[in-house]
Design a protein around this ligand. Sequence first.
Ligand SMILES: Cc1cc2nc3c(=O)[nH]c(=O)nc-3n(C[C@H](O)[C@H](O)[C@H](O)COP(=O)(O)OP(=O)(O)OC[C@H]3O[C@@H](n4cnc5c(N)ncnc54)[C@H](O)[C@@H]3O)c2cc1C
Length: 323
Amino acid sequence: MSNVLVVAEQQHGVLRSASLNAISLGRALVAANGGGTLTALLVGHELGSAAAELARYPVDQVLTVDHPALAAYLAETHAPVVAAVAQQLAAEQVAATATSTGKDLLPRVAALLDAGMASEIAAVVGPRRFKRPMLAGNAIGLVEVLTSRVVVTGRQTEWPAAQPSAAAAPITATAVPPGPALGAEVLGLAQLPSERPELTEARVVVTGGRGMGSGENFKHLGALADVLGGALGATRAACDAGMVPNDLQVGQTGKVVAPELYLAVGVSGAIQHLAGMKSSRVIVAINKNAEAPIFQVADYGLVAKWEDTIEDLTTKLRALRSA
Ligand SMILES: Cc1cc2nc3c(=O)[nH]c(=O)nc-3n(C[C@H](O)[C@H](O)[C@H](O)COP(=O)(O)OP(=O)(O)OC[C@H]3O[C@@H](n4cnc5c(N)ncnc54)[C@H](O)[C@@H]3O)c2cc1C
């Protein structure tokens, strides 16, 4: 029996869906401990409906820490709050989803708690034993953390989103002072305007590779993504060539996605790209080279030039949608 603390995320008072994957990970930790209490923590300012939303999921309690100095996320100010709450609860395990925030925050929390950490775990084998993908997903490592307190991040694609529970959990506001910013300051947050879903949360992802030829040509993939209600992704080669912004990169050094449908166009299927998308439910590849490695992981493949296929496909799908 032990206490498990999961760190949830919100943006502008709206719960981020990655929090639901963290709850599933938290429940697995509780089960590995043979029972215990699962607490979900929200840190920020003007938390809106996020706490009430979080309380609908299978946690035993929701704690909130609301302070104006915590409005903009900074690991420097947020990590001491998470660590202090973990101390108060005597939580033996602290977990979060390995989003950009989770990857930034939890190592600091681990350092403050003097705890060992396992990153991007895919399975809980025991209270201190975890499985995690390594070497671009080609090996699964079994890691054991030797400290009594353990901090983990879970790979989002490996933990299903928690489902709402019948009864709402209690919500308690707790006052914990923010940590010192240590000279760091958020001057502003530039958000690229996009009507499309967030890449890591989209049910459909349409990814273009260097084979698209230019950034201008990505507009054809954008149109296809819009018909499917999906997000646009890219390979590192396409990003490095300046065709599209870096935040679209999927892969080992980009985002890890596992949508229901992944459409790869002009993508060779390098091992580092596969590391970020091979857990997708259905993979469709369009490539002019029949020998391209992407066809080895694709459920459906079309050997063709994108110039001869994408517009047709988009028109037909649009017609099907409006029928
Ligand atoms: C440490 C490290 C980390 C990396 N991390 C990542 C990562 O996170 N994500 C990532 O994507 N890569 C990553 N890479 C790079 C990776 O190794 C590949 O270089 C990259 O994925 C290749 O991108 P690509 O498939 O777009 O380009 P290419 O390998 O150039 O392939 C282009 C493909 O397009 C096809 N094509 C060309 N013209 C057309 C056409 N008209 N119609 C249809 N098909 C066409 C070609 O047949 C080819 O298969 C990493 C590399 C290293 C060393």
